[in-house]
Design a protein around this ligand. Structure first.
Ligand code: UD1
Length: 432
């Protein structure tokens, strides 16, 4: 049996939904609980496969992890393990976030190398160089990172590239190092600020939040705290693009508009009308024709690489020409062939995709090649004529809580169906 989404052509999306907590914020917050002994609480946690995988990593290390709705309770009293095994790391790259805290608290870590991903190489050299700069000894053998240290020692470290993941690991390691660490060209994504808030509440001394230059004065120990994850700006962005391309009128609650500045500016340029208040965003695309716009992804606050596939789906469905350049992941174009199956006209040259919008798409069977690619195909299916069958939907469970329910709240028809690969007749009978 395998699941797929059946997406039926839709009228304009209308209504309002609540945005969940950010997956990309929660995973570092969970890793940070390894830095002290005791019971930590994280609120506004989405129910997603990636969160479950990180919970399994923490359990493997000896933690007790339980959920009470959107509240996650992590007890690290008996956390003595120092190994993150291949079968978990290979499921989710963010498992590498345990490297820093394990080294800082236990003086050793053994973490499987994450390897590549669907859209090409994703190096971790900056994570490893950072640990070495903090005086850890790092060896790679048999597909594993073996890292050892006495107490880590503060240092000056410059990230050659702005990296969210490497900044997370360096913060998690340096808070317990002796002396002062200064980080230059650190990532400034909102999820990093969320982590800094948690670490400072735990007793860390991190200065410079919101800037690319951070100063960390190491402390001897940290205490567990309760913290809330910020809203998921990528989930919010996905629904905003869906609303725009369907010429809809949608309000998102529980979102921080400033986290979406680049997207909101582009949507406005396309012709959508957007109103923001402190707790929400309303998008109205009913009255003006929408035109495609070119984008270039970059580190925050530039356009997020995680929203580029959805943006491509929108441009492909409109009339006109647009260029999408991904400066973060130049090979992140696996969804192009699938969108072309839906009638799009997209060509890739280097790290850019050129979209010749035809003004209409037509439903077909396609497959999600990764999480955001899957989201792009669902969005395309919502505006495509006829029915679109999106396969390999397990990717979407990694990052979109209650996807079908939220889309249904906005009037979209996206049904999760089960099919027996060998029985075509069974396919539709299990839709629901
Ligand atoms: C990136 C995105 C993040 C997104 C995630 C999954 C950015 C800045 N980050 O985070 O928003 O949620 O993908 O789609 O947009 N790099 C190295 N060496 C390293 C680490 C990274 O060269 O050790 C490079 C990467 O190849 C990439 C850039 O740095 O070109 C940014 O990577 P990084 O932010 O670490 O990636 P993620 O944390 O996966």
């Amino acid at each position: 049996m395998s699941d797929f989404y059946q997406v039926t052509a839709n009228q304009a999306l209308q209504g309002q939904i609540d945005i969940s907590g950010a997956k990309n914020a929660v995973l570092p917050l969970m890793a940070a609980t390894l830095l002290c002994k005791g019971v930590s609480i994280i609120n506004n946690v989405p129910q997603l496969d990636d969160v479950a995988t990180m919970a399994d990593v923490l359990r493997y290390l000896g933690a007790k992890v339980s959920h009470q709705g959107s509240r996650l309770i992590i007890n690290t009293h008996a956390c003595h393990g120092h190994q993150a095994p291949y079968h978990l790391v290979t499921k989710m790259r963010a498992s590498i976030y345990v490297l820093g805290p394990l080294l800082a608290r236990l003086g050793r870590a053994n973490v499987a190398l994450p390897g590549g991903c669907a859209w090409g190489p994703r190096p971790i050299d900056l994570h490893l160089a950072g640990m070495q700069a903090l005086a850890a000894k790092v060896e790679l053998s048999h597909g594993n990172i073996h890292a050892y240290a006495g107490r880590l020692t503060g240092t000056d470290f410059t990230f050659a590239t702005s990296s969210v993941g490497a900044t997370v690991n360096m913060l998690l390691a340096s808070v317990l190092a002796s002396g002062t660490t200064r980080l230059f060209n650190a990532a400034i994504e909102p999820e990093i600020d969320n982590l800094i808030d948690q670490l400072n509440a735990m007793g860390a001394n991190i200065f410079g939040k919101g800037s690319a230059n951070l100063c960390i004065e190491g402390v001897d120990e940290l205490k567990p705290v309760e913290i809330s994850a910020i809203p998921d700006r990528i989930e919010a962005g996905t629904y905003l693009i869906a609303a725009a391309m369907s010429r809809g009128h949608v309000r998102l609650n529980q979102v921080i508009p400033e986290h979406l500045t680049a997207l909101l500016a582009k949507l406005t340029d396309c012709g959508a009308h957007i109103e923001c208040d402190p707790n929400g965003i309303t998008l109205d695309a009913r009255h003006k024709p929408l035109r495609p716009m070119s984008i270039k992804t970059g580190p925050y606050p530039q356009f997020a690489t995680d929203l580029a596939p959805q943006w491509m789906a929108m441009c492909a469905s409109l009339s006109g020409i647009a260029q999408i350049t991904d400066t973060i992941y130049p090979d992140r174009f696996q969804h192009v062939d699938e969108l072309n199956r839906l009638g799009a006209n997209i060509r890739v040259r280097g790290n850019s995709a050129y979209i010749i919008g035809t003004g209409s798409l037509s439903g077909a069977p396609v497959k999600a090649t990764d999480l955001r690619a899957g989201a792009a195909l669902i969005l395309a299916g919502i505006v495509a004529k006829g029915t679109t069958q999106v396969n390999q939907i397990y990717h979407l469970d990694r990052g979109y809580q209650d996807l079908t329910q939220k889309l249904a709240q906005l009037g979209a028809s996206v049904q999760c169906c089960s099919s027996d690969k060998h029985s075509a007749t069974a396919q539709l009978s299990l839709c629901g």
